[in-house]
Design a protein around this ligand. Structure first.
Ligand SMILES: *Cc1c(COP(=O)(O)O)cnc(C)c1O
Length: 410
């Protein structure tokens, strides 16, 4: 049982699917407008559902996406992959974090697609394949190329060694090759060009030694919204290969802030997305306080006048960022009650938060409180929380604690 059922997150099916369909339409409109010979059939989306679907809940989000036509899902770990496989028995699942020691058996048995770039990872997979006496080419792998992110992936210098190792392991099949862009939201940085060029070189090396990967992928939400994946940050054509773009955050209705002179189109595309998640609680109790009353840990807020306060049964243990605390010197975040912004006063505690409802008529115990989402035409977004907390919307969404139940809604 969740420990705080009053505090809950509602996940909108219709919004998730509208975002998914919209992102898919960007893919096909781009292909038909700019290169008529390329239909949507040669490009597809890999819907990223890592980190429990960016905090939205793998269930229900992953099955909804599959019902809407998603053929590919991306997660981070084998554990997440196993949970996802139970939810979606048929979909292609890419584990985007590189294979770790001890994971090969579970990965193969659940038919998850591994990310690899090191000959040692190939060895683990080959051993697991041998134990199972699998046929030639029956373990598909996705090779990640490090084109400038310096995180995962093989660099160009070590690629030949990797490919030689792979040639000696006939159970394995190079099904996909991919890279990840570090600065896809920065539309005028040279880094995108350099990464694209490095990716192209890597693919040429791979072709030259006789591999024919079926899937070539790069790019995230920003790449897709900025429509950079074809002409500007596009990746090379390879005979018979199909391409994937891997949006995550945009599925859930958000995107990074774009920078660069020609960001207008990307911002416009971003504006079509609808946030999928609403985070609610309810007032626990209200009280009136006299001027001079200190509120919360370390008395960082002292009522300057007579005030009416509401206690909320939510705190940083639920994922409400402590940087949203409000002191007399610097205001923090706010919530919505009856559609009116109610500022957080004093420190956000582990399980409790106090807000100022002096200007909210008739606020009373049991009334709905929107922490993130819409109420009476007003809204608070993960971008607002990110601004208050000095972080990015990704972190705000992923930080909503597991104890807050995710409830499916239309
Ligand atoms: C998280 C991730 C994505 C999705 O990024 P968004 O910015 O959320 O669209 C795509 N590819 C890889 C490799 C990732 O790790």
């Amino acid at each position: 049982m969740p420990t705080s059922p009053v505090t809950r997150v509602e996940i909108s099916r219709s919004r998730l699917l509208a975002n998914f369909k919209y992102l898919r339409s960007l893919l096909s409109s781009n292909a038909t407008q700019k290169r008529p010979e390329e239909t949507a059939a040669v490009s597809d989306l890999l819907a990223v559902v890592k980190a429990d679907a960016y905090g939205h809940g793998l269930s229900p989000c992953a099955p909804w996406l599959v019902q809407a036509g998603a053929k590919w899902l991306g997660i981070t770990s084998v554990e997440e992959g196993l949970a996802l496989r139970r939810l979606c028995p048929k979909v292609r699942i890419l584990v985007m974090r590189g294979l770790l020691a001890g994971e090969a058996d579970a990965l193969i048995d659940a038919q998850l697609l591994p990310t690899v770039w090191d000959p040692q990872q190939l060895g683990w997979l080959a051993d697991a394949a041998q134990k199972r006496e699998l046929a030639l080419g029956s373990v598909p792998i996705h090779l990640e190329i490090d084109t400038g992110m310096t995180r995962q992936g093989v660099g160009l210098a070590d690629l030949p060694k990797f490919l030689r190792a792979l040639q000696n392991l006939p159970a394995l099949r190079l099904a996909g090759v991919y890279t990840h862009f570090a600065s896809a939201d920065m539309l005028d940085t040279e880094q995108n060009w350099l990464q694209r060029a490095a990716f192209r070189q890597a693919l040429e090396q791979i072709l030259a030694v006789g591999f024919h990967p079926q899937w070539i992928h790069a790019g995230n939400s920003s790449t897709l919204l900025a429509q950079q994946y074809e002409d500007r940050i596009g990746f090379p054509q390879m005979e018979g290969a199909r391409r994937l773009i891997r949006p995550g955050i945009a599925l859930y209705g958000y995107a990074p802030q774009f920078s660069g002179a020609d960001r207008e189109a990307a911002e416009e595309a971003r504006a079509a997305l609808r946030p999928v998640l609403t985070w609610k609680t309810a007032i626990a109790s209200t009280r009136s306080v006299a001027p001079g009353t200190a509120v919360g840990y370390n008395a960082t807020f002292v009522a300057p006048t007579a005030m009416r306060l509401a206690l909320l049964p939510v705190g940083y243990a639920d994922g409400l960022n402590r940087k949203l605390s409000g002191s007399n010197q610097s205001p923090g975040g706010h919530v919505l009650i009856h559609g009116v912004p109610a500022p957080i006063v004093g420190r956000v505690s582990m399980d409790l938060t106090v807000v100022d409802v002096t200007h909210v008529p008739n606020a009373a115990a049991g009334d709905e409180v929107v922490i993130l989402g819409e109420q009476n035409g007003q809204r608070i977004t993960a971008d607002d929380h990110a601004r208050w907390a000095g972080t990015i919307p990704y972190e705000i969404l992923c930080a909503i604690a597991a104890r807050v139940p995710r409830i499916a809604s239309e």
